[in-house]
Design a protein around this ligand. Structure first.
Ligand code: GDP
Ligand code: IMO
Ligand code: MG
Length: 421
């Protein structure tokens, strides 16, 4: 048994980057399995802060191999820039970063097409994610293996751009010049070629030789293309099953699935959010929690923890354990609410509803818990937590039936409580 999967259990930004970075040294390989540069995974150590968009959050653990799997959509410009940034911090990636040749590229026309189709309605990150996955499924995508093969790349760009430009023209948008793209992106291809590998094969060899793999999800369960609040979702499968299709690891190799949950909820972009707080408490959580998008800088919508949603996420992903992050942010509140039921059309609904229209109409019903005054930022020992904070953790465990094994009390690696094995 070799694979542990880390999944965001809410609408993203749960603190996956911090936790993957923290756990990375216990693994031989850290592998991203879906999403693209829409992700923003923040890692803090010492006095340094780095936001990763495409590179796995194991890059700051020398000796750990990092994989970008076939399920990721890669913006070559963003990846090359991120590789340079991380290398400039002193972390060598040659010989330890492996990029799937089967992963699809995000190219300038994907971003241009996104402007036409979905960006405003959904509130996307405008990183070309939807159009790139659309091309993948339509079997017209350009893969990394083509990007690094100059003749093939130039032929494919000309074919695909003809189609994309026709759409852009029809919508009275600026068309794109194939030669500009070929020239700029061939350079990226030359930089990336040494990292390209058959990553599924690499991971199979790792499994066969008894190595431990940490599969890092981006986004979160409630943004899943199938199980999220469609159409207010991303275009990939952040749920645990996405690790199998996005990396090529078999389901039987997975023995641990860690659900990362904030002690409250946030959402960026549009879509239903039953426990959203459009009041002073929401503004307080945003301020204390620093809830501004790591990729787009947009203010995140904030609200109480939704245990209906978390239980749904536990069932979909089969979490074997939970990590609760940002517990420190709740310090100082007189009371803390957790949503334990929805009311819909005058009836009590004891479960999450993933139909966006219905979910937008539910009334959340809360249990009110005692808050605590003590500042717990950086706390590393569960016995030092106020009893009200421990009570919130117990509540989460009882309602989900899943044990909480890690509690995060601050953004840094050291600001963590680990609860046994
Ligand atoms: P990700 O996308 O799931 O990796 O999460 P983001 O990096 O987008 O957002 C999480 C934010 O919370 C980042 O700024 C982290 O540095 C920060 N963070 C993570 N864990 C904690 C925590 O336990 N307490 C506090 N106060 N901040 C945290
Ligand atoms: P991490 O990995 C939070 C949201 C966008 C939008 C919707 C679709 O940092 O948790 P997309 O650009 O993917 O087509 O946008 O999904 N979204 C995220 N929200 N965290 C993320 O990633 C997100 N990636 C996409 O705001 O609502
Ligand atoms: Mg994020």
């Amino acid at each position: 048994m070799a694979v542990t999967v880390v999944v965001g259990s809410q609408w993203g930004d749960e603190g996956k980057g911090k936790i993957v970075d923290l756990l990375a040294t216990q693994f031989n390989v850290v592998a991203r399995y879906q999403g693209g540069a829409n992700a923003g995974h923040t890692i803090k150590w010492g006095d340094k802060t780095q936001v990763l968009h495409l590179l796995p959050s194991g890059v700051f653990s020398p000796g750990v191999d990092c994989v970008i799997g076939n399920g990721v959509v890669i913006d070559p410009r963003a990846l090359v820039s991120e590789i340079r940034e991380v290398q400039s911090l002193g972390y060598e990636l040659a010989g330890r970063l492996w990029v799937s040749g089967n992963a699809h590229c995000i190219l300038p026309y994907h971003k241009a097409l996104e402007e036409i189709h979905s960006s405003e309605k959904i509130g996307t990150t405008k990183r070309g994610i939807g159009p790139a996955y659309t091309d993948k499924v339509a079997r017209s995508g350009i893969r990394i293996m083509e990007l690094v093969s100059p003749d093939l790349f130039s032929k494919r760009i000309k074919e695909e751009l003809e189609r994309a430009n026709a759409i852009l023209r029809a919508y009275h948008r600026q068309t794109l010049n194939p030669e500009d793209i070929i020239s700029e992106y061939s350079d990226y291809g030359r930089v990336l070629t040494k990292y390209v590998a058959d990553t599924a094969d690499f991971l199979h060899d790792a499994i066969d030789s008894g190595k431990q793999i940490l599969a890092e999800g981006a986004q979160g369960c409630l943004l899943d293309i199938d199980f999220g609040t469609y159409p207010y979702v991303t275009s990939s499968s952040p749920t645990a099953g996405g690790a199998c299709t996005g990396l090529g690891v078999p389901p039987t190799s997975i023995n641990r699935v860690i659900g990362i949950t904030k002690a409250y909820c946030t959402r960026v972009g549009h879509g239903p959010f039953p426990t959203e707080l459009n009041d002073g408490t929401g503004a307080h959580l945003r301020k204390i929690g620093g809830e501004f998008g790591a990729t787009t800088g947009r203010p995140r919508r904030c609200g109480w923890l939704d245990l209906m949603a978390l239980r749904y996420s536990c069932r979909l992903n089969g979490f074997t354990e939970l990590t609760v992050t940002k517990l420190d942010v709740l310090s100082g509140l007189d009371t803390i609410k957790v949503c334990t039921q929805y009311e819909h059309n005058g009836e009590t609904v004891p479960r999450f509803i993933n139909d966006a229209l219905s979910l937008s109409k539910v009334i959340p019903r809360y249990e009110v818990l005692q808050g605590w005054k003590e500042n717990i930022l950086g706390c590393t020992d569960v016995n030092e937590l106020p009893s009200a904070a421990k009570n919130l953790i117990d509540h989460i465990q009882v309602h989900t039936g899943v044990p909480v094994k890690i509690i995060s009390t601050g953004p840094k690696r050291s600001q963590t409580i680990q609860l046994g094995s």
